[in-house]
Design a protein around this ligand. Structure first.
Ligand code: CA
Length: 223
């Protein structure tokens, strides 16, 4: 994982770099906006920590130019500006997150983990929950080392569950996402497919991921 840190306060820049490196990230850093834009054009990063108030070009402008060039690197803005308008502006420009100074390094690291995970998902089109891996590139499903054969409908339902893992989904939500026609409220087709999925995904494993929430629907859980 490679992160770019852009912060003109030298001590803070050094501290962020040190913290990230101790977590195992590869880190590059610079101190002004123009330099940041050049770095972004030359290298592919898994995420950028971008200060807003910077010499030569501010963070918003850096992001605007980068997005215009088609650079999709996730961005976490850092700023002393707590004005809600600035936050909205940053997010509208396509930032992924916004952290107001002063912040704790614990929080910064947590947000960096979220940022880089998002990038990995979008980039690879692969979803994971514990040892279950759903790969949309070749539509393969694995639990641990085991390759699991699914029908197209089963795959669609599992994909919907894993994209929304740890969230309870009603039968109606699942139906609406998988079939174009509306949910008639009487059909038990979802229950039938869930039964098939359980057999294929969960039956050989101690941990059962697909769980029933009685009277509501289903959830794919990681713990
Ligand atoms: Ca600054």
């Amino acid at each position: 994982m490679k992160i770019l840190v852009v912060e003109d306060e030298k001590d803070l820049n050094r501290l962020i770099v040190k913290e990230l490196e101790s977590e195992g990230y590869v880190v590059e850093s610079c101190f002004d906006g123009e330099c940041a834009f050049d770095y972004l054009c030359m290298e592919e990063y898994d995420g950028v920590i971008l200060d807003v108030m910077l010499p030569r070009m501010d963070g918003f402008e850096v992001l605007k130019r980068a997005r215009k060039k088609g650079i999709r690197t996730p961005v976490l803005f850092l700023s002393a500006k707590s004005d809600i308008k600035d936050i909205v502006r940053g997010l509208d420009l396509g930032a992924d997150d916004y952290l107001v100074k002063p912040f704790s390094f614990e929080e910064l690291l947590a947000r960096v983990r979220v940022m880089t995970r998002k990038k990995a998902d979008v980039h690879e089109n692969i979803y994971r929950c514990r040892d279950l891996v759903v790969d949309c590139n070749d539509r393969s499903v694995r639990r641990g080392e085991r390759l699991i054969e699914l029908s197209p409908k089963e795959f669609s339902i599992l994909l919907y569950l894993i994209r929304n893992q740890n969230i309870v989904l009603t039968r109606a939500q699942i139906e609406a996402n998988i079939w174009d026609s509306g949910y008639d409220g009487y059909s038990n087709v979802i229950d039938v497919y869930i039964r098939y999925l359980r057999k294929k995904i969960d039956s050989d494993s101690d941990f059962k991921m697909i769980q029933t929430i009685r009277g509501v629907g289903y959830i794919l859980k990681d713990s």
